[in-house]
Design a protein around this ligand. Structure first.
Ligand SMILES: Nc1ncnc2c1ncn2[C@@H]1O[C@H](COP(=O)(O)OP(=O)(O)OP(=O)(O)O)[C@@H](O)[C@H]1O
Length: 228
């Protein structure tokens, strides 16, 4: 599903953000990506979404080699990846419905399909009653739910969440985790970068830890600690 083989990414300033890193995530897994600030988590995500390219190694998504793709083919890759961010990244001048619909509009879905799919995605995240609200009328947890609906509305095979609970209080963070668990149970692979020790320790899922661009731990039912 997501495979990196001996991947090295060096930025122009000489920093090796990933250094000979290999990981293999199977379809349907729920994987936490941990490591201190600067360890390379965001870079790993950007390599999968093709925002940056590696100097060495190979990257596969859904068994396709995406290491070197023409820019014309990158939208096809991204269409299969739902993204969730710490700061939600909602469009403030669009309603809840319109934010989720917009993700489908840019992929060329027909208005008819959009009318069908958007309410289903918003129902899945428990926001059916807020279709006409604007982001600034919602709590942080509700805004993150909208962004999750936007990430899954196209039924991607992978959801990548970058610190999705970072701006939320502990109870709301757990609501969001339960939603991600549900989405994973329905078959979507989830890769979640996080600093939330309590969540990682409680969920007992696979944990991949990075340090200085290297994979230093990969435990099937791991905890957060990666320094010992
Ligand atoms: N565009 C860039 N140009 C130069 N160096 C970069 C760039 N992006 C990241 N780096 C460096 O690469 C290393 C890995 O950064 P990355 O953002 O991947 O870490 P991270 O684990 O996501 O950190 P955080 O938890 O703070 O988000 C760091 O040393 C960082 O300073």
């Amino acid at each position: 599903m997501i495979r990196l083989e001996n991947v090295t990414k060096q930025y122009k300033n000489g920093v090796k953000a990933l250094n000979d890193a290999s990981i293999n995530i199977e379809k349907g897994e729920f994987v936490f990506l941990v490591g201190s600030s600067g360890a390379g988590k965001s870079t790993l995500i950007k390599l999968i979404t093709k925002e940056v390219n590696p100097e060495k190694g190979k990257i596969f998504l859904d068994d396709k080699d995406i290491t070197s793709l023409s820019s014309r083919k990158i939208p096809n890759i991204r269409r299969n990846i739902g993204m969730i961010f710490q700061d939600f990244k909602l469009l403030q001048n669009k309603t809840v419905f319109e934010n989720v619909a917009f993700a489908l509009e840019i992929l060329g879905y027909s208005p008819r399909d959009i009318k069908k799919r958007v309410p289903k995605a918003l129902d899945m995240v428990g926001l059916s009653k807020k279709l006409d609200s604007y982001p600034d009328q919602l709590s942080g947890g509700e805004q993150q739910r909208v962004s999750i609906a936007r990430a899954i509305v196209n039924k991607p095979s992978v959801v990548i969440a970058d610190e999705p609970t970072g701006n939320l209080d502990p109870d709301t963070a757990w609501d969001i985790m339960n939603l991600l668990k549900d989405i994973n149970r329905r078959g979507t692979t989830i890769l979640m970068a996080t600093h939330a020790k309590d969540i990682v320790d409680n969920m007992k899922r696979r944990v991949i830890a990075l340090s200085d661009g290297k994979v230093i731990k990969d435990d099937t039912r791991g905890g957060y600690d990666y320094e010992s």
